[in-house]
Ligand binder design. Structure first.
Ligand SMILES: Nc1nc2c(ncn2[C@@H]2O[C@H](COP(=O)(O)OP(=O)(O)O)[C@@H](O)[C@H]2O)c(=O)[nH]1
Ligand SMILES: [Mg+2]
Ligand SMILES: [Zn+2]
Length: 297
């Protein structure tokens, strides 16, 4: 029986890519009984029902490595969080939260700064310094000037990558551009027709000619920090990593305690002030939430 990957699911049908062919599959009843819902990104085993018509039956779902929700996608290797240099102005709190969400789920994070053409003064270079200083890969692009795409494409190879971020930052435009480039390279026509129907309501894996799959999303603005507590927040800041467990007090919150190495790094400029301030904001909110929950019980 062939193995494939679910590229999308619509109305009870799952479209499974096996090599270069897509089979329209129905799921066996067993998944419903087990309350296991197949997702785009799932690696599956199918039985071919009609080779000529491209029909199959979904027989087995292989173990998931990761799962994102709203929209649901399985086995994501990488999240590229997109912000715009200008218009809309970046929501850095959302950016940090999305990067944390990726870290929690063990998904490789990266930052893409789009619309650099709107920022003649190159103020976005400060964002590059902040986030690459924190340990993230940061890629500036412009779909208008068509710059940065070689570097962006280089991190997509052989991976399943979700594009997340505020609405209006240019996620769909970036994906169309990536697809156009592969279109130009291969002269393939069929894909262009698909583009018009391309919707971000259901997650869909789109295979790039250059290798790898990309997934457009409506934004992931309602991110999930359910697994996160204030006392583990420090683990998801790559720039804190080398200082953890070196502070004077165990369980140091890195906010008010003396002998704090994170604050020392802040004072000598190794850690970015604004990232650190958002850490305090998030820490405070998470701590309050926990206290409300305690009182509620
Ligand atoms: N100036 C400029 N505008 C862009 C760029 N990329 C996208 N846009 C525009 O930004 C708007 C939102 O783009 P869209 O891809 O729908 O954003 P999404 O909501 O993140 O998917 C559209 O009007 C695009 O034409 C860019 O690099 N420069
Ligand atoms: Mg979009
Ligand atoms: Zn500390």
């Amino acid at each position: 029986m062939p193995y494939g990957i679910i590229v999308k699911g619509i109305g009870g049908f799952y479209y499974v890519k096996v090599d270069q062919r897509v089979y329209e599959c129905k799921a066996r009843g067993i998944f419903r009984k087990e309350e296991m819902s197949p997702l785009p990104g799932d690696k599956v085993k199918i039985a071919i029902v009609d080779e000529e018509k491209g029909l199959g039956s979904l027989e087995e779902i292989l173990q998931r490595q990761s799962q994102l929700i709203r929209p649901s996608v399985a086995n994501v290797d990488q999240v590229v969080v997109v912000i715009a240099a200008k218009s809309p102005s970046p929501d850095f709190m959302l950016l940090d939260k999305l990067l944390i969400t990726a870290e929690i789920k063990g998904i490789q994070p990266a930052v893409c700064i789009n619309k650099t053409d709107l920022d003649e003064a190159k103020e976005y270079e400060k964002i590059i310094r902040t986030y690459s200083g924190a340990g993230y890969r940061v890629i500036p692009v412009s779909t208008v000037r068509k710059t940065g795409f070689e570097e962006l494409r280089s991190i997509l190879d052989q991976k399943v990558t979700v594009f997340a971020g505020q609405s209006g930052v240019g996620k769909s435009t970036i994906l169309n551009h990536l697809m156009d480039e592969s279109l130009m390279e291969t002269g393939e026509v069929s894909r262009k027709i698909e583009r018009g129907r391309h919707t971000t309501r259901h997650a869909e894996l789109i295979e790039l000619e250059t290798g790898g799959y990309v997934v457009d999303t409506p934004g992931f603005s309602s991110f999930e920090l359910a697994d996160l507590t204030y006392d583990t927040l420090e683990l998801y800041y790559p720039e804190f990593e080398s200082y953890l467990n070196t502070c004077k007090f165990t369980g140091c919150s890195h906010i008010t305690e003396p002998g704090c190495k994170v604050k020392e790094a802040l004072e000598n400029g190794t850690i970015d002030q604004e990232r650190y301030e958002r850490y305090i904001q998030l820490y405070t909110v998470l701590k309050q939430e926990k206290e409300y929950r305690k009182k509620g019980k």
